[in-house]
Every structure is written in structure tokens, then in C-alpha cells.
Design a protein around this ligand. Structure first.
Ligand SMILES: NC(=O)c1ccc[n+]([C@@H]2O[C@H](COP(=O)([O-])OP(=O)(O)OC[C@H]3O[C@@H](n4cnc5c(N)ncnc54)[C@H](OP(=O)(O)O)[C@@H]3O)[C@@H](O)[C@H]2O)c1
Length: 238
């Protein structure tokens, strides 16, 4: 038996990945505020990841018979697209909590819960090209994704030094047709100068469907040894 914990399973990439895993007979536990998957091998936890007390109270279940256990930190928010100085304090706090603090706390809990298990253990963080690219209006998003990349690199080093069998990766999926991309195309140009680039990517059919993204992430989870780097962009491997 393989068990996958995935955040952000109500829509977009997380939902497509969860559904693909379920289709392949795997067991999935999903976390998001809303639930849109019904399946006998699917368990949902309705948690708002900006609520750090709720994140702290989440518990990973015993998985004694599991051959593989994975955590996919996929939930994310672009946050309010605005220039710093005009942003809402709460929106900044929420974006950092969802994109970075919740990821760190869940990862800590996952390693603590399963470190002694002999099962194969994988942590897959969904990062973004925005971790290395400066987009005005996206300060919280770019910063938290850059933080996620460094968090991943540090844990990768820790796991190598302790010779543990936990594999951690941060994977940028490319540009995927989801609600997040709709939000980007609808952002106010006065605080997002790259808006027209994203409208063009969409018009030129450059966005990947979620099903294709899910298949690529499925391969990363199934064959992690094919992906030696701790942080990588799927577009660089194409
Ligand atoms: N789409 C792209 O082009 C692209 C590119 C690079 C990286 N990514 C990354 O890929 C990941 C998935 O993005 P997506 O495009 O699939 O986004 P999406 O369609 O907007 O879906 C986001 C998911 O995250 C969950 N989520 C958001 N806020 C949450 C909260 N406060 N608590 C719990 N769950 C929350 C949502 O569930 P609820 O609303 O039900 O809570 C939803 O399931 C994100 O980390 C994103 O940064 C996306």
C-alpha cells in the first residue's frame, strides 16, 4: 500500500494529481478548505492552511503497512496582486502562512511521524519559476516560493548528512491552466507589469492542462531516483 498526503486537492493541480493517484489504486488524504473528491480511498481534512493552530493540530496517521508514504505540499496562493505599501497586512500574513509556514510545519510533522518507518518516504513541494524571477505585484508569492526552495535544499542536506531515506524535492510545474492563472490574467496591470505576457501565453496555447501536469508529478512520485536535484523546473527536463 502507498499513502499520499496532498494539500490543495479541491481544484487545480492538486485535485488532478489526487484523482490520478486514486485511479491507479493509491490511497490519498487531502487537505484544503473545500472538498470536491469522493472516492473510497480518499479522506479529506477541511483545513484552512492560513490557520496555523489548525495546521499544528493536524496529525499524520500511523501507516505501518505502507510501502511508500508521500507528502505533496501543493496548496498555494498568489495572494493579492499589489505593490508593497498598498497591500493588506492580513493578505501578506495569509500568503506567508499558506505558502511557507504551513509547508514547514507539515514537513516537520511528516518527518517526525515517519522517520523510523522503513517505507520509502517522499516530500514533494510544488514551487514556481517565480522563486527566481522578479514579478512586480507578487512579492509574497515570489518570496515564499524562494523560501520553499531553500527550505527544501536545507532538508535535503540534513537528510543526506543523517543518511535517512527521506527524499525531498521542490518542483516547479511550468505554467498550468488553473484558477491561479485566471487570477493572474485578471490582475490589475497598474500593479503587475507582466500581465500581458501571461495573456499571450494563454492566447498562444502555452498553458499545460492539469492532466498533463498531474502525469508529470505522478512520474516524479513514482520514480524519484530519476530526479537527482533537490530543486528543479519540469520545463528544464522536457
Ligand atoms: N498554475 C500554475 O501555472 C502554477 C505555476 C507554478 C506553480 N504553481 C503552484 O502549484 C500549486 C497549485 O496551484 P494551482 O494552480 O493548482 O492553484 P489553484 O487552482 O488556485 O488551487 C489551489 C489549491 O490550494 C488550496 N488552497 C488555497 N488556499 C488554501 C488555504 N488557505 N487552506 C487550504 N488550502 C488552500 C485550494 O483549496 P481551497 O480553496 O478549497 O482551500 C486549492 O485546492 C500552488 O502551490 C502554485 O503556487 C502553479
Amino acid at each position: 500500500m502507498n499513502h499520499y498526503y496532498i494539500t490543495g486537492t479541491s481544484k487545480g493541480i492538486g485535485k488532478a494529481l489526487a484523482e490520478l493517484l486514486l485511479e491507479k489504486g493509491e490511497t490519498v488524504t487531502g487537505i484544503s478548505r473545500s472538498c470536491s473528491i469522493e472516492h473510497h480511498n480518499y479522506t479529506h481534512h477541511s483545513i484552512d492552511l492560513s490557520d496555523l493552530e489548525a495546521v499544528k493540530n493536524f496529525e499524520f496517521q500511523e501507516a505501518v503497512n505502507a510501502e511508500k508514504i508521500a507528502l505533496v505540499n501543493n496548496a498555494g496562493t498568489l495572494g493579492e496582486v499589489s505593490y508593497v505599501g498598498n497591500s493588506s497586512d492580513d493578505d501578506i500574513i495569509n500568503a506567508f502562512n499558506i505558502n511557507l509556514t504551513a509547508v514547514a510545519v507539515l514537513t516537520n510533522k511528516f518527518i517526525k511521524a515517519y522517520i523510523t518507518y522503513t517505507a520509502e518516504k517522499i516530500i514533494l513541494n510544488i514551487t514556481s519559476g517565480a522563486a527566481h524571477h522578479i514579478y512586480d505585484g507578487w512579492s509574497a508569492y515570489c518570496t515564499t516560493k524562494a523560501g520553499m526552495d531553500m527550505f527544501t535544499r536545507v532538508i535535503d542536506k540534513e537528510q543526506q548528512l543523517t543518511k535517512s531515506n527521506i527524499k525531498i524535492m521542490a518542483v516547479a510545474p511550468g505554467i498550468i491552466e488553473t484558477q491561479m492563472q485566471e487570477q493572474i490574467r485578471n490582475a490589475d496591470e497598474s500593479c503587475f507589469s507582466a500581465k500581458h505576457d501571461f495573456i499571450e501565453y494563454h492566447q498562444q496555447g502555452m498553458l499545460k492542462p492539469v492532466s498533463q501536469s498531474a502525469r508529470q508529478l505522478f512520474d516524479v512520485l513514482k520514480n524519484p531516483s530519476k530526479y537527482p536535484d533537490a530543486v528543479f523546473d519540469l520545463r528544464d527536463l522536457a
